[in-house]
Design a protein around this ligand. Structure first.
Ligand code: ME8
Length: 643
């Protein structure tokens, strides 16, 4: 076992379940997962937290549009997010949802603590509001008159609200930045934040009264807590803060809040000020990572894939596997900088680094051990400079990987591992085992060569384990090495194998036909787009128009053809205490007898009309469904209002 080095708490942002996640969210979570696994491997007691940020106007609006409750809406999306993390084997220790009771209760406790401290007051907020980002902005913060975060339009808004005295903490925040140069990285972000504070901090609006999908303000039921106080506190509510403090005492303060650069401001200014208000320690570090870009702009939930590139992680995983996607995201991008996401770059990396470099090394090594030594890893009995070089590079890599991981330089950490892999491939070319095999006298040299390759692969399997643990297991399986108990320190030792029996398996990363893959991905991306062509509809109506309808559930007691019109059906419909006659022109679409007994939705306040000498009081609802009409039925019993 690795020497115990203490605790390590890392978090991702809690994502909005406004729609399914894309490869940008996956990028952040994959980095956090790799770090959590790396820290566990190197002797830390890790707490890795992720979750979902489920309240707010935007989610309420989307749910309303879909005709479901906000809770039902988020439950479904969060189910998909958890499924995605399960498929990707994300090793989080806890997943916090802001709609959980544990969070709600603790956020209210935090609000009360701040209130009792005198840090919260009631005022009136006037500002420019970006609805998708749920942020108020001042005129000077706008970029080209639009939201500086997402680039969309803002609207003037005013409302009674509770405020947090953020301005009170301005000097203390600046001092914290000065005293803790490591607090916010990268450096460029830190300078932005310091100048933001120097411009003067306004007090922060922390409640809303124009919608109700949120945590009620404990002292005023008309208000819900504005999303950032609700969201940021997840990092401590998940640890039981204010109720059951055991985990809080153990893990807080967090070692790293890993966040996208657009929310660095919330994490390095607002969140520390909240913590100062409740007299709790500040995060040790906030790390802002860059964005994945597509066609020049940030990949975002509201922007569908623009070009031929697929950004849905589920599709990429189905085609290339979890480890391939993880590898690409960690290897391709430089931490802290933006990077372009592009399917072609991804496919090339998968072919060059995974199929060629790593895949070939595994398959060549196993094949040669099978061919030249009956599948048993031989002992090493000879030694030369080339062997020495391979050994030094292989056993020296773990420290280099650790040094890069300390800087969150995932790409460089992987590069250090690939230095070993490429050295081993070169070692095969230098040693030419196929020539050694022809000369019985050189069998000891051949054995040494095979042994050293096997040892190197054992080391590689340990080094890649935090990043691609399924691949690590596949390599170990083919090498006949124990799958469990992968110990980081063993990557620093060379002589650990003893006559294990290898067994060739499938290629760990099959070679991809890049042209063909690009073609298929582009078809998938455009298929997604075709499915989203707006419907041809009648003119838009106002909500007030719709609200005039009184919709009721009715049960069809009988249905017959109109005696004087072929197209009309005459219904007797029971709605609660009343039974009515309703006539619909749907005889061509339905058989009368099929409709009897159905519970339908009726516009109950439609003005009565005479149709061919018979009165029709109300209207049964049907919807257009392609060429046909669909009867709107319900499982509810008759007599209930439905709008
Ligand atoms: O901001 N490239 O949630 P969110 C890289 N709920 N990373 C990206 C990305 C991209 N194109 N797009 C998203 C919220 N991300 C709040 C957070 S925390 C207390 C509350 C990643 O669903 C990145 O980490 O908009 C970013 O910060 C996060 O997803 C935003 O996710």
């Amino acid at each position: 076992m690795a020497e115990f080095k203490g605790k390590y708490y890392i978090s991702t942002p809690i994502y909005y379940p406004s729609s399914n996640l894309h490869v940008g969210h996956t990028y952040c979570t994959v980095m956090a997962d790799a770090m959590a696994r790396f820290k566990r491997a190197t002797g830390y007691d890790v707490m890795f937290l992720t979750g979902t940020d489920e309240h707010g106007q935007k989610i309420q609006t989307i749910a309303n549009e879909k005709g479901v409750t906000p809770q039902a809406y988020v439950d479904e999306i969060v189910g998909g997010i958890k499924e995605l993390w399960k498929t990707m084997e994300i090793s989080y220790d806890d997943f916090i949802r802001t709609t959980e009771d544990r969070h709600v209760k603790r956020v209210q406790n935090i609000f009360m603590k701040m209130y009792e401290k005198g840090d919260i007051y009631k005022g009136e907020y006037e500002g420019l509001y970006c609805t998708p980002c749920e942020s108020f902005w001042t005129e000077s913060q706008l970029v080209d008159g639009c939201c500086p975060d997402c680039g969309r339009k803002v609207v003037a808004a005013k409302e009674e609200a509770y405020f947090f005295k953020l301005s009170k903490y301005q000097d203390k925040l600046l001092k914290h930045f000065e005293d803790h140069p490591e607090f916010l990285q990268p450096e460029a972000r830190k300078n932005e934040m310091i100048s933001f504070i120097n411009q003067g901090l306004d007090d922060l609006c922390i409640s809303r009264s124009t919608f109700d999908w949120g945590i009620p303000v404990p002292i005023d039921e008309k208000h819900v807590i504005y999303v950032w106080l609700d969201a940021l506190t997840n990092y401590i509510t998940a640890l039981g803060y204010s109720e059951d403090d055991e985990l809080y005492q153990k893990y807080w303060p967090v070692n790293v809040h890993l966040v996208g650069k657009e929310i660095v401001r919330f994490h390095s200014i607002i969140w520390p000020a909240i913590l100062m208000s409740i007299d709790e320690p500040l995060p040790k570090q906030v790390l802002g990572h860059g964005w994945l870009l597509l066609g020049g702009g940030k990949i975002s939930k509201s922007k569908a894939s623009k070009g031929p590139d697929v950004i849905d992680p589920v599709v990429l995983i189905e085609r290339y596997g979890v480890d391939a996607l993880k590898y690409f995201l960690l290897r391709e991008y430089t931490f802290g900088q933006d990077g372009h996401f592009n399917n072609e770059v991804m496919l090339k990396r998968l072919n060059f680094d995974l199929a060629n470099d790593l895949g070939n090394l595994v398959s060549r090594t196993v094949s040669m051990i099978e061919k030249y030594n009956d599948g048993v890893i031989p002992d090493a009995t000879t030694h030369d400079e080339i062997d020495e070089d391979l050994k030094n590079i292989a056993t020296g890599a773990a420290d280099k990987v650790e040094a890069e991981m300390d800087k969150f330089a995932f790409n460089m950490a992987l590069e250090e591992i690939w230095v070993v892999i490429r050295r081993a491939n070169k070692y095969i070319d230098e040693k030419t085992p196929w020539i050694l095999a022809k000369d019985e006298a050189r069998k000891p040299e051949l054995d040494t060569c095979l042994h050293n390759l096997a040892e190197t692969l054992r080391i590689v399997s340990i080094l890649i384990n935090p990043f691609m643990h399924t691949t690590a297991s596949k390599i170990r399986k083919q090498m006949g090495i124990a799958l469990y108990d992968i110990v980081w320190e063993d990557a620093m030792e060379f002589e650990m194998l003893y006559q294990e029996k290898v067994k060739k398996g499938d290629a760990i990363f099959p070679r991809l036909d890049i042209e063909k893959e690009l073609e298929e991905l582009s078809q998938l991306a455009s298929k997604g787009k075709e499915e989203n062509i707006p419907l041809q509809l009648k003119d838009e109506i106002e909500y007030d128009d719709f609200d005039k309808l009184d919709l009721r559930v009715g049960k069809i007691l009988s249905c017959e053809k109109h005696p004087k019109a072929d197209k009309l059906l005459v219904f007797q419909v029971k709605m609660g205490t009343e039974t009515r006659q309703i006539i619909s022109g749907v005889a061509n679409d339905f058989k009368a007898e099929d409709l009897v007994g159905k519970n339908v939705v009726v516009v109950a306040n439609l003005k009565p009309r005479m149709l061919r000498g018979m009165e029709s009081k109300g209207m049964i609802l049907y919807a257009e469904n392609g060429e046909k009409l669909a009867l709107l039925t319900t499982e509810a019993e008759d007599g209930n209002s439905v709008n």
